[in-house]
Design a protein around this ligand. Structure first.
Ligand code: NI
Ligand code: MN
Length: 228
């Protein structure tokens, strides 16, 4: 199955896998770097890593327009159903996986926080280990560095998507340590250059990845794509 990942700016990604459209953490209408608006994206599944606005601001509108299933931790999935009338939701918890039409989605640990915009409890933040066809893609999502990334890497990661913005998540230094634990074939940065406080030089980061790790760095601009 051909897999195409498109960076929608910030921590938002669109995956096209065969006929399936998967969105990760769509934050589009209020993002200064998103190349598309929430009205313009296709979705069958929307995966939400945690409750912060910069990961879920457009989830309800997209789900209610497209009929997409919102997949997240139990608290966030329940909140979208009860507070936003999302018809199709799937609640999970850390360490659990589920087989979906496009492949398998496992909710992995992330060290972060997860309050929803109205103050509701957003459960524990997570990342995603996706298995699509014979490819494994790890979205660390918003997290600090943690040594159990090595266990996630044991799955054999084709592409790791790691935050490098610093301040709210890992920065470049810790992302290099993360790559050494995960040992992905390829790695791409996320959660940076949206606003000045998380500005980073992705070209310099890529040079470090090449020099200090065995992974191949891939840097795309918002709207740019990676094919696996
Ligand atoms: Ni966050
Ligand atoms: Mn964030």
């Amino acid at each position: 199955m051909a897999i195409k990942l498109t960076w929608l700016g910030h921590a938002s990604w669109a995956i096209k896998a065969g006929d399936h459209h998967i969105l990760i953490d769509p934050f589009l209408d209020e993002s200064p770097t998103a190349p598309v608006k929430a009205d313009d994206v296709a979705a069958n599944f929307i995966l939400v890593s945690h409750g912060h606005f910069d990961h879920m601001a457009d989830v309800a509108a997209i789900a209610n327009r497209t009929g997409a299933t919102v997949v997240s931790n139990f608290e966030i999935a329940t909140w979208f159903a009860s507070e936003h009338g999302v018809k199709s939701t799937l609640g999970m918890n850390l360490g659990g996986g589920v087989d979906l039409p496009f492949g398998r989605a496992k909710l992995t640990v992330a060290h972060h926080s997860s309050q929803l915009p109205d103050g509701s409890y957003g459960g524990n933040p997570g990342g995603w280990l996706l298995t699509i066809g014979d490819k494994k893609i790890y979205f660390a999502c918003d997290t600090a560095l943690f040594s159990d990334m090595q266990l996630i890497g044991n799955a054999g990661i084709d592409l790791a998507v790691l935050p490098i913005g610093d301040l709210f998540t890992m920065g470049p230094d810790d992302s290099i340590e993360a790559i050494k634990l995960i040992l992905p074939k390829q790695v791409t940065p996320s959660h940076y250059n949206t606003w000045p406080p998380i500005a980073q030089d992705a070209t310099a980061w890529a040079a470090r990845v090449k020099r200090e790790t065995i992974a191949e760095p891939i840097v795309v601009k918002p709207g740019g794509s990676i094919e696996l």
